[in-house]
Unconditional design. Sequence first.
Lengths: 252, 354
Amino acid sequence: MSDKRPFFVGYLPTPRELRLLLISVAVAAITAFVVAAWAVGTTQDNPGDGRLRFDLGRQTIVGVLETSPYPMVHVTHGTDVIATGETLMLAGAGKFGVEPHASRVDSPVVEVTGVLLNRGDIRMLQVPNPRRNLKAIDGEGPSVNSKNLGRWRLAGEICDGKCLAGAMRPGRGIAHKACAELCIEGGVPPVFVTTQPVADHEFMLIANGDGEPLNSELLEKVGVYISLEGELIQRGSLAVFLANHESIEVLP
Amino acid sequence: MSVKYVPVQWGRFKVIYDVIAITMIMGFLWIFVNVTPGILNHDPAINPQIRNMRAFGSCAFFLLTAILMIGPLARLDDRFLPLLYNRRHLGVLTGFVALSHASFVVRWYFVFSPTDRYEALLGTNTAYDQILGFPFEAFGIFALLCLLVLATTSHDFWLKFLTPRIWKDLHYLIYPAYAAVIAHIGLGALQSTENPTFGVIVFLCASLVIILHLAAARKEHRTADAGVSSEEYASWRKLFRADTVKEGFARVARLSNGERIAVFRHGNRLSAIANACAHQNGPLGEGRIADCIVTCPWHGFQYDVTTGQSPAPFTEKIATYNLRLRDGYVEVDESPNPYGTVVTPLAIPTPSMS
């Protein structure tokens, strides 16, 4: 060490020989942070086109209510943007489902008012305050078409249907896992998003093999890329995957 | 260096340091939150809450990386020592940025639900038995708690209250905190992103921190003389030739118990003190000496090398060591004197005396 080297003491004036270096370090540090913000900020993945369609206004539809495995409505009288014959999943506000109110509705035909969420094929109606916006009406609904599409092993990801459809952007993946589990536990219908369309469906409502809501084994795998076996059935226009949790394989 | 506690001992250098640190943080957040969405042009855009969460989270990571680079940089080149002088303020700012990140996470992902937000944070994902889907939030919580403990105890009051050794050991939490942040990012954000840029940046930053620490440790190992035990008396250790210590400087030696001492030359006399400053274990052997007073290169604490005591009215004390000269070599009694013990300096022969 040379005795001519500048010696810095914080409470004394900074040695002249160090000033240029320190100014350079300060400029470099600020520049590095600006560049880092730009590099990380401009490489965020596109969250997709899902969104809550407040721009379309509140939609009021009439249809046949089904509550198992999760609430859905088979539309018999649609609107300009919700076609008659379509099957829509139902969710409440926030991380709430429309249960238990939906189970207490004493008529198969209901009038539902809510805001549409859609992302590609995934469509859901957010029904705030179900007691007021999910009402039984008189009448008998037509029977709902049901078709068994066979037994499948599918690869993909379990998501909560609401965040995936655009309530959150992005609304899938491991970073979103806890939020998705919370949504599903709150009654929001879960969906299985496959890597390839299956029987013309890009996604399907997913439930236990016995037709009940997701059990803890399936919930643990929310957000994780997996493959699993199950029965695929079509209820109205919606595909429902009744998955066997014992067949889960985590994929790399 | 103060005889009484004040919240912050502001000085011109600290003010400039803090202005630069806040400019770094504000610049980062402003670019991330306000500029990059326009460049991305996603329709619809990422939720503002998620964008803020990512901005504050990545900013905390870069701040932590910068903090961890300062130490080894200063060890490798003492011209970087000024960066270390006010590092604590950078740490406190990092704690606030990390807390903001956590606040955005909790107030977005864990609300609008029948479950209490903190209960939801801790209890929703409990898949601790799997790697993919592991509750990476746990690593983030651990890191945040560490940062908050460090920020809270950063003041000199806590240094005195806890004692420098415990305080220093406590502040090594910065390393597990950084490891936890890497795990938090690696098992969380990086598992959910297709663009590899952030992953590459995290890898480079972590690698840089590791490389700098290894280089600094290598240099430190090389520069501290190990010495050899004297055969005559077990407690004496032979160090180096007396004439190899430069006037106004010290040579650092490592004792058999791993402790380091600094042997200073002032005039034609040598004095030995503990190498660790009583303040934050700064390397006194890299300080400068004038009129028997050495100034610590980290925060400017001062000690009389013949007594191990800070000049009045300051009260800090460190250990002194006894020296002797044998065949031109300096030997040290490895048993330290009680803190603040006066030791007569060891006279060394000058060319005219020999």
